[in-house]
Design a binder for this molecule. Structure first.
Ligand code: PLP
Length: 418
């Protein structure tokens, strides 16, 4: 069922329009994605010719006459500032358009409106905790059925065919062990059986992975993370490969009233301008952090897709254009080692979330994955000694020195125990 038309005029749907050609004399080669991201929306202000687009906070817009208005009538349904960031994100992901929502979870919620009662959603066992909670609660009240699977298991693709799912949900790399799923393999299955392939691309951002290029139908983002990148907005986005799916997701975004605020849109657009530049430093730093962790005795294991021994390294090398800046590692000393590690690092703040300019450390067992019971944690490979880093864009030398000091504290604590 494709819903079209909106209850109150202007759709929040934002189909990408070709960039205005300005006054350039010759139709030059189209600028690279990096340049387009930096310059997105420049010159959009025709009123005062501001270089950077202004922010339109107004909730409502003038009508010409009863029932007749230009492009916008009401900000829940459509807003110029929100449209600019939707354009930028759709361009980054190579989609036909995007919907910008109030949070990553509301982006996920509107995508699940594509499911009707009885439809089956297949989702990863280790998907984002908020997604797991939403899917389970909706299934319990009969909105749709859900089955959790291991999409990194090559046999799972064949097994899924017989289940006739309506939506297949992927999240790669996974949290916190950064397990890699082959998007193209699942997208091919979706095409064969008429299912919708959705990828939560929050962990890598379109700079490092573009799921639509691998055949996915929809990409969802928590723009809270890398896209905004400064840990000062909670927001989300859905990017579609196809205008019909976009229309339906946009219809629900307006109907449910979960479109993102203009102020958040303004900040997120500002963030997307520096996404490529930030991502480069995030990755350089992450690789140095990985090397430092691997040198150290107190570390039993490091998880990062760049490592040749990482399961999924080959797929990541093929499907990603960067390794990403989330790094997980296991300390030998379990919980006590963790307590010594997190006892006062200067650069790695103990907090949830990821993708901001600032480095963070999280303890999945007691923080991001605390809602899982001990057995589920053990099955997911989340031990008491596991830590997850979101490597920021501080000076790499400072991050490495900070980690080395923290690992020394771990060793000192271990010595005291003996
Ligand atoms: C944070 C996150 C979400 C939820 O996004 P919010 O903006 O917190 O609502 C969804 N998926 C992933 C992978 C995330 O990291």
């Amino acid at each position: 069922m494709i819903r079209q038309g909106h209850t109150n005029g202007q759709a929040p749907v934002n189909r990408r329009t070709p960039a205005a050609s300005g006054r350039s004399p010759a139709p030059a080669a189209s600028p690279s994605l990096v340049t387009r991201a930096v310059r997105s929306g420049l010159g959009a202000d025709t009123g005062h010719r501001a270089v950077m687009p202004p922010i339109h906070l107004s909730s409502n817009f003038l009508f010409d006459s009863p029932g007749v208005y230009d492009k916008y009538d009401y900000t829940r349904s459509g807003n110029p500032t929100r449209d600019l960031v939707a354009d930028a994100i759709a361009d980054l992901e190579g989609g036909c358009g995007a919907v910008v929502t109030s949070s990553g979870m509301s982006a996920i919620l509107v995508v699940t409106r594509l499911l009707s009662a009885g439809d089956l959603l297949l989702a990863p066992r280790d998907c984002y905790g908020g997604s797991h909670r939403l899917f389970t609660a909706e299934a319990e009240r009969g909105s749709y059925r859900v089955q959790f699977i291991d999409p990194t298991d090559p046999a799972a693709v064949g097994e899924a065919r017989a289940l006739r799912p309506r939506v297949i949900w992927l999240e790669t790399p996974s949290n916190p062990l950064l397990r890699i799923t082959d998007i193209a393999a699942w997208a091919r299955l979706c095409r064969e059986i008429g299912a919708i392939c959705v990828v939560d691309n929050t962990f890598l951002s379109p700079v490092n992975q573009r799921p639509l290029d691998h055949g996915a139908d929809l990409v969802v983002h928590s723009t809270t993370k890398f896209l905004n990148g400064h840990s000062d907005v909670v927001g989300g986005a859905v990017v579609a490969a196809d205008p019909d799916l976009l229309e339906e997701v946009a219809w629900w975004t307006n109907a449910a009233g979960v479109a993102g605020s203009p102020f958040d849109a303004y900040l997120t657009l500002r963030g997307t301008r520096t996404l490529h530049a930030r991502s480069r430093i995030h990755e350089e730093n992450a690789l140095q952090v990985v090397a430092a962790l691997r040198r150290h005795e107190a570390v039993a294991r490091v998880y990062h897709p760049s490592l040749p021994e990482h399961p999924g390294h080959e797929i990541a090398a093929r499907q990603q254009s960067g390794w990403g800046s989330l790094v997980s590692f296991e300390l030998r000393g379990g919980r006590e080692a963790v307590d010594a590690f997190v006892d006062g690092p200067e650069c790695f703040a103990l907090a949830e979330s990821l993708g901001g300019v600032e480095s963070l450390v999280a303890h999945p067992a007691t923080m991001t994955h605390a809602s899982m019971d001990e057995q589920a944690q053990a099955e997911a490979g989340i031990g008491m000694g596991l830590l997850r880093l979101s490597v920021g864009i501080e000076a790499a030398a400072d991050l490495v020195a900070d980690l080395e000091r923290a690992l020394c504290r771990v060793e000192a604590a271990a010595c005291q125990l003996v």
